[in-house]
Design a protein around this ligand. Structure first.
Ligand SMILES: Cc1cc2nc3c(=O)[nH]c(=O)nc-3n(C[C@H](O)[C@H](O)[C@H](O)COP(=O)(O)OP(=O)(O)OC[C@H]3O[C@@H](n4cnc5c(N)ncnc54)[C@H](O)[C@@H]3O)c2cc1C
Length: 396
């Protein structure tokens, strides 16, 4: 392969460059990065970057040393697979292999008023400038991002209202039973549950029931859409993102996708999953480099990307850690129910641990991740007791 083109300038793109070079790829490597900055880390944008004026989460990667041709401010606008060509805002570019790592963009609400989202450094800097003491901040959606923004806004002396369509914070991701357990953390937030927002107005938001809620700052945290517009008409298979198999191969030859934009086949979960987690983007890059450089004449199997997903969130002075992947049919078991050290576990119909959520307890997260990876079926007593190990002893 003489030229690998990577479209996207985030974690997945940056790590793919590093991994390819560290595994000995010597061909041309071009990274098209729509943003005007070299790749940077996003998790701090809804955390430290809302508190610290000079926060900089740029990756320390030396692209010149890696001989990566980084084209800042250049976006892919189209794909012509038969010609193995990408159309860009700076002309056409041919490739031998193409990596799609364009991430996702926040979903916005309708309406004429200004609404903030948090995806880029500019978003974070603009929002930080608004978070002044006494400002009335309205958050739409009690999501992971909103919880982190609420934490920062309260710390900066703002008054915070959060309007959530579901019955509890984080209920879209974790269900109402778990979400309700977080309510005490939201005690300083005017949290309005089961309430829809119709639009963002000049003076705040208008609720679905017609009521107007005034705000100085409106922040929308209702999810993201994969950045796939530029692929329309290319013939590539799309679902809730770019469809890839467990080797990160798309439906078109020579084209791969990873990170937030990809929806991948997971043999572990026997379904397609789109994982919008930092850890997944990083790990996928390692696998993808192995797939791209795989020698078909060797006996080595093609690398598979199918880790146990891992996600964390820092909110209200706590660290939440979630591992695995649960479906609505799984059974929820609260560990240490009624104690401050509670955790949540999900098991499937066969009793297999599918997911686990813990708070300020990295040890529990590590144990649960090993248990899920091992396909463990912990007994009821172990599930209920957060002190009990879920992972089978090593060597078994
Ligand atoms: C505010 C925030 C907080 C987060 N916190 C956590 C956390 O606490 N824990 C956790 O596990 N995960 C967290 N995440 C998720 C994590 O950051 C993402 O999973 C990760 O950034 C995905 O990396 P990516 O490279 O796939 O996509 P991105 O980081 O979105 O990068 C995609 C890049 O591609 C560029 N691009 C898009 N379209 C084009 C185009 N047509 N041409 C060229 N370039 C293009 C974009 O501009 C962007 O720079 C957070 C995300 C955000 C936004």
């Amino acid at each position: 392969m003489e030229r690998i083109v990577i479209v996207g300038g985030g974690l997945a793109a940056s790590r793919t460059c590093e991994q390819l070079r560290s595994r000995g790829y010597e061909g041309e490597l071009v990274m098209l990065c729509a943003e005007p900055h070299p790749p940077y880390d996003r998790p701090p944008l809804s955390k430290a970057a809302l508190l610290e004026e000079e926060h900089d989460s740029t990756f320390p990667t030396d692209y010149a040393q890696l001989s990566v041709d980084v084209r800042l401010g250049v976006a892919a606008t189209g794909l012509v697979p038969d010609a193995r060509t990408v159309q860009t805002t700076d002309g056409e570019l041919s490739y031998d292999a193409l990596v799609i790592a364009t991430g996702a963009s926040p979903i916005r609400l309708p309406g004429p008023g200004r609404q903030f989202t948090v995806r880029t450094v500019e978003d974070a800097a603009q929002l930080r400038a608004e978070l002044k003491p006494g400002q009335r901040v309205v958050l739409v959606g009690a999501s992971w991002i909103s919880a982190e923004v609420a934490t920062a806004a309260l710390r900066r002396g703002c008054s915070v209202t959060c309007i959530e369509a579901g019955p509890a914070p984080l209920s879209a991701a974790l269900g109402a039973d778990v979400g309700q357990r977080f309510l005490p953390w939201w005690s300083e937030v005017d949290l309005r549950l089961d309430t829809g927002v119709a639009e963002v107005t000049e003076t705040g938001v208008q609720l679905a029931n017609g009521e107007q809620v005034d705000a100085d700052v409106v922040v929308t945290g209702i999810g993201v859409r994969p950045a796939v517009d530029w692929l329309s008409g290319s013939g590539i298979a799309l679902d809730t993102g770019v469809v890839v198999d467990e080797h990160l191969r798309t439906s078109l030859p020579g084209i791969y996708a990873l990170g937030d934009v990809a929806v991948r086949w997971s043999p572990r979960w026997n379904t397609r999953i789109r994982v919008e987690h930092w850890d997944d983007a990083r790990e996928a890059a390692r696998t993808l480099a192995g797939v791209l450089l795989h020698d078909p004449s060797s006996q080595d199997p093609l690398p598979v990307h199918d880790p146990v997903p891992y996600f964390w969130s820092d909110q209200f002075g706590h660290k939440i850690q979630y591992v695995g992947h649960h479906s609505p049919e799984d059974t929820l078991v609260i560990r240490g129910d009624g104690t401050p050290q509670w955790a949540a576990a999900w098991v499937d119909a066969e009793g297999r641990l599918t997911a686990h959520l813990s708070i300020d307890a990295p040890r529990l997260m590590i144990d649960a991740r090993m248990a899920i990876a091992a396909g463990a079926r912990p007994d009821e007593a172990a599930l209920r007791d957060p002190q009990a190990k879920l992972a089978p002893p090593r060597g078994r």
